[in-house]
Structure formats: C-alpha cells, structure tokens
Design a protein around this ligand. Structure first.
Ligand SMILES: [Zn+2]
Length: 197
C-alpha cells in the first residue's frame, strides 16, 4: 500500500499512459526498484520494453543484462479481458500481466496506484484505515459470526460459547469425548435453571 502511494506521488516520472489503438488505454509503470536504476520513464527504455513484450529486440539492447533491465524495468496494466479477482482497490478491473505480485495475490501496488489515479480507489484512505488501532477496525472473532473452519458439530448450536481452543483435536478420541461432555454439561444445567416449560 505504501508502494502504491509512492507510485501515485511519482506518477509524473514513473507512469506513462498510452492509447492501445482499440479505444482503451495502457498504463506503463516504471518499477520503483528497476534493475537499470532508471529514475523516470524514457522513450528509449519504454520502447525497448514494448518491443521486448512483442518479441522484438530494440537497438539499445546489446547484452543479456540490457534485456533483463528492460524486461524487469516496467510493468504494463490494461483493463482486464478476463475476470480478475474482485477487490475494493481494483474497481477499474485492471490486469497487471507481467507482475508476480498480481499473479500471486490478485492485487499489486501498480494496480492500486492506477485505480487511485483514476479516482476508483483512495490509497490515502486505505493507508489511514490500516494505521488505525486494531480494535477500531473490527475484524477477528465477532459474536454471531461462525468461524469458517469450525467443525460442523460445534457449529450446530449457535448459542453455545465457542470452545476455548482447538487443541483438543490433538487429544486421543476418548479424551475428546470427555472434553465435549465437560463443555455441554454446564449448558444443560443452565437450561434447567431457566425452568422452561
Ligand atoms: Zn503489478
């Protein structure tokens, strides 16, 4: 998220928007940590990157290192042709096809940065939200919400308090049954105390 903000703050030097010739746009991002040590988008390096993407070798590429610098120097983002993972920070539904982060997590700093520039996301808001104390953000266990990994038997009675831990799973079965009895014991007593009809 901080990296996305860095790209937003450095869009003048690190982001280049081009038309794709089909009515859409391509957003080129010069990577913050590009191996060539380039400080801003240059026609020469960007064109070499585009050529490399199209399987052509630009004249500036003399060595393998040149090629690596070019290929690892930029990312290009497009409006996704396929479905991309839904994300509040990617309402523009962008794809970052050459990016390992996007492939792994379905979101990356480049996508967040361009969404912010397009007004579809707000990286400042998100950062403020993330830096709030944890309690205010909610999350964790909420009463009434069933943890996804809860076993069916435990989930059957919604009103019973959740077991203190799952460590009983590691106990032998006989002991586990006892644990369960111990857990259900007080509850039935409690019901009697209410003297339901
Ligand atoms: Zn990316």
């Amino acid at each position: 998220m901080k990296k996305a903000k860095w790209y937003v703050d450095h869009q003048a030097t690190h982001i280049h928007i081009a038309r794709d010739g089909k009515g859409g746009f391509i957003w080129y991002v010069l990577r913050k940590d590009n191996p060539g040590g380039w400080k801003k988008v240059l026609n020469k390096t960007l064109q070499a990157y585009i050529d490399a993407c199209n399987g052509k070798k630009a004249p500036m590429i003399k060595t393998y290192a040149d090629l690596a610098n070019v290929c690892q120097g930029y990312h290009h983002l497009v409006v996704a042709a396929k479905r991309v993972p839904g994300c509040d920070m990617n309402k523009a539904k962008l794809d970052c096809p050459t990016c390992k982060g996007f492939k792994l997590y379905g979101i990356c700093s480049h996508v967040v940065a361009i969404n912010t520039i397009l007004g579809k996301a707000d990286v400042d808001d998100a950062l403020a939200e993330l830096s709030k104390p944890r309690k205010q953000r909610g999350g964790g266990f909420r009463s009434g919400v069933r943890p996804a990994l809860m076993k069916e038997k435990e989930a059957e009675s919604d009103s019973s308090p959740p077991p203190e831990s799952d460590s009983s799973d590691d106990e032998p079965l006989s002991k586990r049954v006892k644990v369960r009895e111990a857990l259900t014991g007080p509850k039935t007593k409690g019901l009697k105390g209410l003297q339901l009809p």
